[in-house]
Design a protein around this ligand. Structure first.
Ligand code: SAH
Length: 253
């Protein structure tokens, strides 16, 4: 692992939701780098390891730290929540890595919030879907609006990452208002907070209801397509199978 950095997706939180590959890589690493909260979520298993934490919003510094540690000959693992290549640090690592040609990068896949959240809700992503982040820190809001319109036009199930933050409290409402221009208010929606962590909370509601809900930054939001429905409290998007009629137990047909 010398001269290599592993960029590890740790899944939504709990150790049992990490892949075996991710656990192996962390077991073999000398130093684990990551945002403070994620290092805490890793728990006792890696207690003996050197841990380097950086606060949120210091992504570039966190990445550079990995390269510096790897240059010392250490086996480095950078942890990201979910999948490191989905609104994670994998691309920034490759960009910064241009300056460190002797160091090889490996991305280890993790379960992203769209996938782990979908499992909690039922089967909302069982047909075409798209993923949009509502964070305008790195993307202009105009582009986000355009993508919301296009996703609605394409009749995709839409997964919203970063639906809220302290500074962006009304972004989910703004997104819902855009979607309500072309979708019916009764459209099935759902959201999951703290997937795979303590205090998991799940809600299924309509788009009209979602507009007025307040969610926090640890929430992933799902908006149904025309093929989605609420089946006994589960959010399901039909794949399109024609289901044969249930057998009539009275034998009339
Ligand atoms: N790389 C991560 C996404 C990081 S962006 C992944 O693949 O899952 C941060 C956003 O991801 C949050 O605002 C939230 O929308 C979503 N998210 C990440 N972890 C979550 C969790 N445990 N529960 C609910 N949402 C989560």
């Amino acid at each position: 692992m010398a001269n290599r950095i592993y960029i590890v997706g740790m899944g939504p939180g709990r150790e049992e939701m990490m892949t075996g590959e991710a656990l192996n890589v962390l077991d073999q690493s000398d130093v684990i780098v990551g945002y403070t909260l994620y290092l805490k979520l890793l728990g006792g298993r890696f207690q003996g390891k050197e841990m380097l934490s950086t606060p949120m919003r210091q992504e570039e510094e966190r990445c550079r730290q990995c390269f510096e540690e790897a240059e010392k000959g250490k086996k480095v693992a950078l942890v990201c929540s979910g999948d490191a290549g989905i609104y994670g640090m994998a691309s920034l690592m490759y960009e910064i890595g241009k300056g460190y040609p002797e160091i090889e990068l490996y991305v280890i896949a993790g379960i992203t919030a769209a996938s782990s959240g979908a499992a909690v809700l039922g089967a909302p992503l069982n047909h075409d879907f798209c993923v949009i982040s509502l964070s305008d820190l790195l993307t202009p809001w105009d582009a986000i609006e355009k993508r919301l319109h296009a996703a609605a036009e394409g009749d995709f199930v839409i997964v919203l990452y970063n639906p809220s933050s302290h500074k962006r409290k009304n972004y989910l409402m703004r997104a819902c208002e855009i979607l309500l221009c072309s979708m019916e208010g009764e459209r099935v929606c759902g959201y999951v907070e703290n997937i795979g962590r303590d205090g998991t909370k799940v809600e299924i509601c309509t788009l009209k209801e979602l507009r007025d809900r307040e969610v926090n930054m640890f929430t992933t939001v799902f908006i149904g397509s025309s093929g989605s429905e609420n089946i006994n409290g589960k959010f399901v998007t039909r794949r399109g199978y024609k289901i044969e009629k249930n057998i009539d137990i009275c034998g009339d047909n």
